[in-house]
Design a protein. Structure first.
Length: 320
C-alpha cells in the first residue's frame, strides 16, 4: 500500500526561563496517514469502456449505452453532462446515434439489432469476456456441450449463453450440476468474477457427467480478487477504512465485507460528504480502496478530503 497523504503539523512549544535557557521542548505532532491499497478502482475492462465512450464523444457522436455503462452514479452523472444517455433495449436506438455495448457484452442477436438500427456501434465488451464468448461459440460449432459456471441472471452470462444457446448450461455451483444431462465432450468455462474454488468444484462434477473428454478453461478475471487481496492485507494495519463505490455495486460491497473482517470502522461511501469526522477521531492510519467501477477523479477527491480532515483533527501525539 502507498501513503497518499501525510497530514503533518508540528507545533514547537519552547519554554524559556530567563535569558535563553530551554527548560523543555514540547513537540506536538498531528498525524493521520492515509494509505491506499495496492490495487483499487477501475479494472482494465471498465477503464477501456469509459475511454471508448470518451473517444466517441470526442468525435461528436450522440452516445447511448445499452444498460448503464458502469455501476457508479457519480461517473454516470459526469458522462451524462457530456450527453451520454442509457437505453434499455436496442429498439430505443435511433439512426444517427452511436450505440455502446458495455464491458459485460451482449448476445450476437442484440449486437445485430444494434448494428441494424444505430449509425455506429462501439463494442466495449471486455476482452476477457470476449474470450469466453469465443470459446463457447467454438465448442458449440463442434457440437460439444458448454457448462458455464456463473449467475444465469447476470448480463455477462446472458451474453455468453447467446453464443451457444443450444449447447450451453449455466450453473451456479456443484449442486446444479446434478440436474444436467450427460454431457458431450464438454467445455467448462466461468463467469469472469466468480470464486476459483467454486469453478474447480463444478469442473470436477462435470467430468463425472461427461461422455468423452472434458476441457476446463479457467476464465476468471483476477481484477476482483486482486482488489480484495490488497484490501485484506491493508485492513489489519489501519484504524478506519473507506471503500469508495456504488451501494449497488456487488464488488464494492464485497470489498466492504473483506475490510470489516479486520477493521471494525470500515465504511462504504459514494462521496466525500458521507465521511463522518467523528469516525476518524484518534485514527492514526486510514485505509482507502475503491471498487472496479469507481473513477480515479472520485478517489482523488475523497483522498484529498481525508487529508483535510487529518490536518484539522485533534489527533495529537505529544513528545516531550
Ligand atoms: Fe473485464 Fe475483469 Fe473488469 S473481466 S470488465 S477486467 S473485472
Amino acid at each position: 500500500m502507498k501513503p497518499i497523504s501525510f497530514a503533518f503539523n508540528q507545533i514547537s512549544d519552547n519554554i524559556f526561563t530567563g535569558g535563553l535557557e530551554i527548560l523543555s521542548l514540547r513537540v506536538i505532532y498531528k498525524i493521520m496517514e492515509v494509505l491506499i491499497a495496492d490495487e483499487y478502482g477501475f479494472c482494465f475492462g471498465v477503464e477501456r469502456a469509459v475511454e471508448m465512450v470518451e473517444e466517441a464523444l470526442a468525435e461528436g457522436d450522440t452516445v447511448r449505452t445499452l444498460g448503464p455503462l458502469i455501476h457508479n452514479d457519480q461517473e454516470m452523472g459526469r458522462l451524462a453532462t457530456h450527453g451520454v444517455s442509457t437505453i434499455n433495449a436496442p429498439v430505443q436506438i435511433q439512426r444517427g446515434e452511436t450505440a455502446v455495448i458495455r464491458a459485460h457484452g451482449v448476445t450476437p442477436q442484440v449486437e445485430a439489432e444494434l448494428r441494424e438500427k444505430a449509425s455506429k456501434v462501439v463494442d466495449a465488451t471486455c476482452p476477457f469476456v470476449t474470450k469466453v464468448q469465443k470459446l463457447a461459440s467454438r465448442a458449440a460449432a463442434q457440437d460439444r456441450h458448454v457448462v458455464v459456471v456463473g449467475n444465469p441472471d447476470h448480463p455477462e452470462m446472458i451474453g455468453v449463453f447467446g453464443y451457444a444457446p443450444k449447447h450451453s448450461f449455466i450453473v451456479r455451483d456443484v449442486a446444479e450440476v446434478a440436474a444436467l444431462p450427460r454431457l458431450k465432450n464438454p467445455l467448462v468455462v466461468s463467469q469472469t468474477t466468480i470464486k476459483l474454488q467454486n469453478f474447480y468444484d463444478v469442473a470436477e462434477a462435470v467430468k463425472a457427467k461427461a461422455d468423452g473428454e472434458t476441457q476446463v478453461v479457467n476464465t476468471i478475471c483476477s481484477a476482483t480478487r486482486d482488489r480484495q487481496d490488497a484490501a485484506r492485507s491493508l485492513a489489519g494495519e489501519v484504524d478506519a477504512f473507506y471503500i469508495i463505490g456504488g451501494r449497488h455495486s456487488s464488488n464494492s460491497r464485497k470489498l466492504l465485507a473483506v475490510c470489516q473482517e479486520q477493521c471494525e470502522k470500515s465504511f462504504l461511501i459514494e462521496t466525500e460528504d458521507e465521511i463522518n469526522v467523528e469516525d476518524l477521531r484518534g485514527a492514526r492510519k486510514v485505509g482507502l480502496t475503491a471498487g472496479a467501477s469507481t473513477p480515479n477523479w472520485l478517489i482523488e477527491k475523497i483522498g484529498k478530503r481525508l487529508e483535510e480532515i487529518g490536518i484539522g483533527l485533534d489527533n495529537e501525539m505529544a513528545v516531550t
